[in-house]
Design a protein around this ligand. Structure first.
Ligand code: 9MR
Length: 349
């Protein structure tokens, strides 16, 4: 990426010319997202494809250079950590956590209870409700316990509501009733009392029926003493839909509830091919969510769901759509990348 060279030059110049920053604090490298975010109170993160991290050197260097936090895109999901009942595989996730530690990055754990990417032994076998509850409890205690002290924030419960604000019909809701959400948070807290525990969903960035449901749920859980610390908004946008215009209002009402907020999976897809108008709109979509985060008191992080089109999930899921991340297949920054960086630099000023 072009920024690598200019960034390095900037860092060397800063080290040579300045009296020197405090020991252990590298000078801010304004040519990276990570450097630009310093002093804003927000951590900038990315989802990480761990196969790419192992195989693709420029990708790996960019993850280390550009981001304060990493989220495993897949390798902490139940299907991957316990492919057969009682057979655990933490290797890929451990490697990512080690990488993060080596690069001074925090880890967002993703995700503990979800309707998707569960192992088939769990979803196909006919367990009784009591057995399912025990399996969920053991899963959360095992996973959160395994990573204890190494995870900054967990997406404990993912996508529990429908867009109309009713609870999503999942194996968990059907077997255990709505109380499974509170239970999941209690078990996660028991296994790692220091990790920040989040609810997380999509289409909940603006004020709407879904975010209203989260507002009510978080209020209720906290008054019952359930250890919920944060509200995650994934931020999967598309230029063809326009962008929610009540995001600031939404994050501020969660501020007032006393919980942290975070944008956890931001990308802005488009119908291919890109053109000037779509690319500009995309930059605006990324910035809209970042500005809202900067305007909230307790918005702690902004994570993109992959930073390069080389590995984005979007083309595989939405026919004819793509180009959803801030850098292209060659890791070259798009206007969206510069919009994010400049917005951070303006906030820090
Ligand atoms: O990006 C992930 C993709 O590689 C997986 O195949 C997919 C399976 O459902 O999950 C994707 O990540 C999702 C995330 O875990 C939760 N929010 C929506 C994300 C995009 O689908």
């Amino acid at each position: 990426m072009r920024t690598a060279l200019t960034g390095l030059a900037f860092a060397l110049a800063a080290v040579t010319l300045a009296a020197g920053p405090a020991a252990g604090t590298p000078p801010p490298d304004d040519d990276t997202l990570r450097g630009a975010a310093r002093g804003t109170g927000i951590r900038i993160g990315t989802a990480v494809d761990t196969d790419a991290l192992a195989a693709d050197v420029p990708y790996r260097e960019a993850v280390a250079r550009e981001f304060d936090t990493v989220t495993p895109e897949n390798v902490m999901k139940w299907q991957l950590v316990e492919p057969q009942q009682g057979v655990f595989d933490w290797a890929a996730a451990d490697r990512l956590v080690d990488f993060a530690r080596a690069n001074g990055q925090a880890v967002r754990g993703h995700t503990l209870v979800w309707h998707s990417q569960n192992p088939s032994w769990l979803t196909e076998d006919a367990f009784t409700p009591a057995e399912l509850r025990e399996l969920l409890r053991q899963h959360i205690l095992a996973e959160v316990g395994h990573f204890k002290g190494r995870i900054w924030a967990w997406d404990v419960a993912n996508e529990v509501f429908n867009d109309d604000g009713t609870l999503r019909d999942t194996l968990w809701l059907r077997a255990l009733g709505p109380g499974y959400i509170a239970d999941a948070f209690r078990w996660a807290h028991q296994a790692d009392p220091k990790a920040a525990l989040f609810l997380n969903d999509y289409n909940n960035e603006g004020v709407n029926a879904k975010s209203d449901a989260y507002y009510a749920l978080i209020k209720q859980l906290r008054s019952a003493g359930v250890p919920v610390d944060g509200y995650g908004m994934q931020g999967h946008l598309g230029v063809q839909y326009g962008f929610p215009d009540t995001v600031v209002e939404n994050v501020r009402r969660f501020d007032a509830l006393g919980v942290q907020t975070a944008f956890t999976e931001v990308d802005v897809r488009m119908v291919l091919p890109p053109d000037v108008a779509k690319v500009r709109a995309q930059a605006e979509g990324f910035s809209t969510l970042l500005r809202a985060c900067l305007l909230a008191k307790h918005c702690v992080s902004y994570t993109v769901w992959g930073f390069t089109d080389r590995y984005s999930w979007v083309p595989g899921f939405f026919d004819g759509q793509g180009s959803a991340t801030p850098t292209d297949e060659n890791l070259q920054p798009k206007p969206a990348y510069y919009a994010l960086r400049d917005t951070l630099l303006i906030a820090r000023r």
